[in-house]
Write a protein that binds this ligand. Sequence first.
Ligand code: HMG
Ligand code: MG
Length: 318
Amino acid sequence: MSTPELGLPMAVAAPELPARVRIYEVGARDGLQNEKATVPTEVKAEFVRRLADSGLTTIEATSFVHPKWVPQLADAEQLFPLVSDLGRSSGVHLPVLVPNERGLDRALALGARHVALFASATESFAKANLNRTVDESLAMFEPVVSRAKAGKVHVRSYISMCFGDPWEGPVPIHQVVRVCKALMDMGCDELSLGDTIGVATPGHVQTLLAELNEEGVPTSALGVHFHDTYGQALANTLAALQHGVTTVDASAGGLGGCPYAKSATGNLATEDLVWMLQGLGIDTGVDLARLTATSVWMAERLGRPSPSRTVKALSHKE
Ligand code: HMG
Ligand code: MG
């Protein structure tokens, strides 16, 4: 137990949880890709810098996708050079989304060392998000992984719609496992299990993780990516931590959604996650006050308040 500071929870450890969690920050990508207003490139760059200044060490910076598909991130070529020094000077990892070889070429040309693919567990979302079937998209990823690995570039892959899909409903676990195994066999370094529309519940999370382990995918290669549509993201995160997961995706201020899955709302807010982890005595390296100030700053730029409960509570003025 530790003495609580103002604006921090009292730390009381719970048994059998990891000592440290890596927060994989997606606000600048998953968050901003879904904003109606296009955020100026300089504001995005300052956002990334402030996130790094808050102690976050993995910050997904942008996407090298087709600019017509995600116009909000069409400035990737301009943005990445404005923040890439963070990787060299402070050791911050700045992954970027790439869907195909064209995206990889664009990312490599700017010196990216961490890339993230995005697969789908369902046919409907593969079509909507990648204009491909599931198998066609896996075939599209194969040369991306082999070229990235040959260049010693770290490869993550998301798998979207792991728990439910807006067109197909509940997603059978074996369907998710098949795609995850294919991506691991291809040589991906890590996977992130996406609850794109936020329908997962804790038992479902633990069952999927256990099935993946059964099929040879180790927990150490798995991260979780929860959207908070039904308010389940923190409960699902705790369930994943209890299973041994140590990589959790979150977005500062709870920004986010997905332009190709209309019922998706924001990601788990990083501040809400940090509050819980700090309360559990789990080390994240994040300064909650600085992070909250960053989300308040960003909310002002976006012209609407952050949906994060923790941001609201910590920034509330009498
Ligand atoms: P397509 O139309 O099938 O592309 O789109 P194509 O391969 O037929 O190529 C058509 C043209 O696009 C060609 O140009 C290509 O060069 C160009 P042309 O020869 O006609 O002049 N092109 C590109 N240009 C720039 N950058 C590229 C690129 N690729 C092709 N990378 C494609 C296929 C994958 C490109 C398209 O579907 C796409 O960009 N999709 C991106 C969708 C997206 O970004 N969604 C949001 C991210 S996923 C997400 O948010 C979920 C996640 O958070 C996890 C979760 O919550 O579940 C990760
Ligand atoms: Mg997402």
